[in-house]
Design a protein around this ligand. Structure first.
Ligand code: KIV
Ligand code: NA
Length: 274
């Protein structure tokens, strides 16, 4: 993993070519994106995307570690960032440090991501000062869904000032980059212009310093719902279902397995070696 960028490499890409990132939760998906992404996020969206949870609140440290280890096996040239799950960091900086250090030590991730702005600045500073690179995540923060009251755009009208303050707070606290989720375009551009660290947009603006999407959303594997900010680059879910339906029909018609899928009773005779 010597070729992978580190947090400092990502930070210094501010204002340069856009940073490319996706989430990953498994080894094969990580392998597919390793040559194309600057960093890969082991997102706590894994709970909803792969485990059928209704929100990210039920995601545990153990789940993050297991998926982080799987993703690490599939990466060679992309950096790995891992989400801190709900209730693993909010309570106090020391608790956050223990869990962040465990996530990094047990998965090999080069940084952690945590949700929150002004209210998490002290924790971000505490972690960064002790050697843990932190990616911040502001705007729509899904772990706060119960207090936000829904997956709404964050930072319209009078709310803009608070999101801007969050961006400045996490940058000043030492975060090496910040995810802007569901932040209106003009505000996202303003934040990108004002803060010294790369902004990573998801439902934000093409003017951000980078973009991220949930991989299962963009390849069409996760189809329970589609946020407006998702662009479907493929429809793998419907393709997989069609394949499964065809298989089921073949089995019922005894057209699978065919001759080429079964084994003869006698071992095939071995011809002389060329
Ligand atoms: O968990 C996740 O997938 C995320 C991103 C999409 C930013 O936090
Ligand atoms: Na997340």
């Amino acid at each position: 993993r010597k070729t992978a960028p580190n947090a400092e490499d990502i930070r210094t890409r501010k204002g340069s070519t856009p940073l490319v990132s996706l989430t990953a939760y498994t080894t094969p998906m990580a392998r597919l994106m390793d040559d194309h992404c600057d960093f890969v996020l082991v997102g706590d969206s894994v709970g909803m995307v792969l485990h059928g949870l209704e929100s990210t609140l039920g995601v545990t440290m153990e789940m993050m570690i297991l998926h982080g280890q799987a993703v690490a096996r599939g990466l060679n040239s992309a950096m790995m960032v891992i989400d801190m799950p709900f209730a693993s960091y909010e309570h106090d900086p020391t608790h956050a440090f223990k869990n962040a250090a465990r996530l990094m030590a047990e998965t090999g991730a080069g940084a952690v991501k945590l949700e929150g702005g002004v209210e998490m600045a002290e924790t971000i500073r505490f972690l960064v000062k002790r050697g843990i690179p932190v990616m911040a995540h502001i705007g729509l923060t899904p772990q706060s869904i119960n207090t936000l009251g829904g997956y709404k755009v964050q930072g319209r009208d009078e709310q803009a000032k608070a999101v801007l303050a969050d961006a400045h707070a996490v940058a000043e606290a030492g975060a090496f980059s910040v995810v802007l989720e569901k932040v209106p375009q003009g505000l996202a551009d303003q934040i990108t212009a004002e803060v010294a660290i790369p902004t990573i947009g998801i439902g934000a603006s093409a003017g951000c310093d980078g973009q991220i999407l949930v991989v299962d959303d963009m390849v069409g594997f996760f189809t329970a719902f589609k946020p407006k900010f998702v662009k479907r680059y493929a429809e793998l879910g419907p393709q997989a279902e069609a394949a499964i339906a065809e298989y089921a029909a073949d089995v019922r018609a005894r057209t699978f397995p065919a001759d080429e899928h079964v084994f003869a009773d006698q071992a095939p005779s071995k011809g002389p070696k060329a």
